[in-house]
Design a protein around this ligand. Structure first.
Ligand code: CA
Length: 233
């Protein structure tokens, strides 16, 4: 039998834990379960899981604290499990080092897709490093050559402003991950810039006009409402 990938599920709600375990085991993953933070941390250090699914609302330790503790010693991909009403928590978790989040209730296909994405990032990341930049992003006719700073769409050059280019390349280098508004603003405009989401929305609207066949239904850059943007991987 091939080496199964190990997923650690830290979730105190038994029925959700059972649901996740059933999906994962029937898809050839090995599942470790913890119903509280202490067990979760101890399984993380003893078993070195390849992905962690982390519920933020746990009975003993706050999920954010667990996230920070794990980030202190490991770059293992962490997908936060959250309720739909906890938008602020999602943003905080992503800014705090989570790789992605999944909102309850979720389907098997979404869960599996997010885990595959997390595993790919882990492979790209190598040991200890957050992520290595690919020299080129290429997807469905959109090609970004980061070294030459060139963007082409169906082989036609796309002309972006400096800021637009920075924005697109930041998203492309993190394709598949949700980047929060706050993170993007800090990366592009600097930590002390006097900016708000409005400037980001304006730039994104311009980018979509240049890249998307239908800006109202984007194909390359998706809006995660209230959270941030995610680029097609
Ligand atoms: Ca919970």
């Amino acid at each position: 039998m091939a080496n199964k990938r190990t997923i650690l599920v830290i979730e105190d709600e038994k029925n959700i834990g059972n649901y996740i375990e059933a999906i994962l085991t029937s898809n050839e993953y090995k599942v470790l379960r913890a119903v509280n933070g202490r067990t979760g941390l101890s399984l993380c250090t003893s078993h070195h899981p390849e992905v962690i699914l982390l519920d933020l609302g746990l009975p003993d330790i706050d999920g954010m604290e667990i996230l920070q503790t794990i980030r202190g010693f490991s770059a293992v991909p962490i997908i936060v499990i959250s309720a739909r009403t906890q938008e602020k928590d999602k943003v905080e978790a992503l800014d705090g080092g989570a790789d992605d989040y999944i909102t309850k209730p979720f389907g098997a296909e979404e869960l599996l897709a997010r885990i595959r994405t997390a595993l790919r990032h882990r492979l790209h990341a190598g040991a200890g490093q957050p992520h290595i930049q690919n020299p080129v992003y290429s997807k469905d006719g959109l090609v970004i050559d980061f070294e030459r700073r060139l963007i082409t769409l169906q082989e036609n050059p796309v002309h972006l402003t400096q800021i637009e280019y920075k924005l697109v390349s930041l998203l492309a280098q993190n394709a598949g991950r949700v980047l929060t508004y706050d993170f993007i603003l800090k990366e592009i405009w600097g930590p002390y810039a006097d900016t708000d989401n409005q400037i980001l929305r304006v730039n994104m609207a311009n980018i979509r006009r240049k890249l998307e066949a239908n800006p109202a239904e984007p194909h390359y850059i998706f809006t995660e409402i209230g959270v941030g943007y995610r680029m097609l991987e």
